[in-house]
Ligand binder design. Structure first.
Ligand SMILES: CC(C)(COP(=O)(O)OP(=O)(O)OC[C@H]1O[C@@H](n2cnc3c(N)ncnc32)[C@H](O)[C@@H]1OP(=O)(O)O)[C@@H](O)C(=O)NCCC(=O)NCCS
Length: 154
């Protein structure tokens, strides 16, 4: 089944909740930096209705199955956006994370933002390797020794 990536929309709420619930507990923890099992209705509604101006959200699909998510939110007027992404466990290491990141970065650039940054748990070896291979610099995270900060030009 061919992979497609498009902006996430309110009609994706059910597929997005199913995606989150199906992630391994560890992947969910790494994505949300909290022990989330499912998304509360208000959070789900917010995550599937980004304004695609200061809050971008994209989803990857295999057919109707939502298998990946990438998101960036502008940090005030700093010109920087905070990003996060996740790929369904069974679909990891096939380049989907990289494709989602590049779609997200292009959208953020198009909105005039200059940089992407993300907070990553120290224990998230996969994401640390992923960002290193995708042009990010790593730095310690001011105020939280459990996290590292990844930054790169959008
Ligand atoms: C991090 C994540 C998004 C990567 O997605 P992906 O689709 O597997 O990434 P890609 O296939 O595009 O890139 C693969 C590269 O990422 C790194 N990587 C991915 N999984 C890895 C793992 N388990 N161990 C080490 N490196 C890993 C490697 O550099 C790998 O390159 P390689 O396969 O040539 O060694 C995915 O592992 C994930 O969803 N993790 C759970 C959620 C999460 O941690 N999100 C980050 C929150 S900020």
């Amino acid at each position: 089944m061919a992979l497609s990536i498009r902006a996430i929309e309110p009609r994706d709420a059910g597929a997005f909740q199913a995606f989150v619930e199906a992630l391994s507990p560890q992947a969910r923890y790494h994505r949300f930096l909290a022990p989330v099992r499912e998304l509360a209705p208000a959070l789900l509604a917010m995550l599937v209705a980004p304004d695609q101006a200061r809050h971008f959200g994209f989803a990857a699909f295999s057919g109707a199955q939502l298998i990946g998510e990438a998101r960036a939110v502008a940090l005030g007027a700093s010109g920087r956006s905070e990003f996060a992404l996740a790929v369904a466990d069974a679909w990891q290491r096939r380049g989907i994370g990289r494709r989602l990141l590049e779609v997200l970065a292009a959208a953020v650039r198009g909105a005039g933002q200059s940089a992407l940054q993300g907070e990553i748990s120290h224990g998230n070896a996969a994401m640390i390797d992923f960002v290193r291979h995708n042009g990010f610099r790593l730095a310690s995270c001011p105020g939280d020794a459990r996290l590292v900060l990844a930054e790169r030009a959008a």
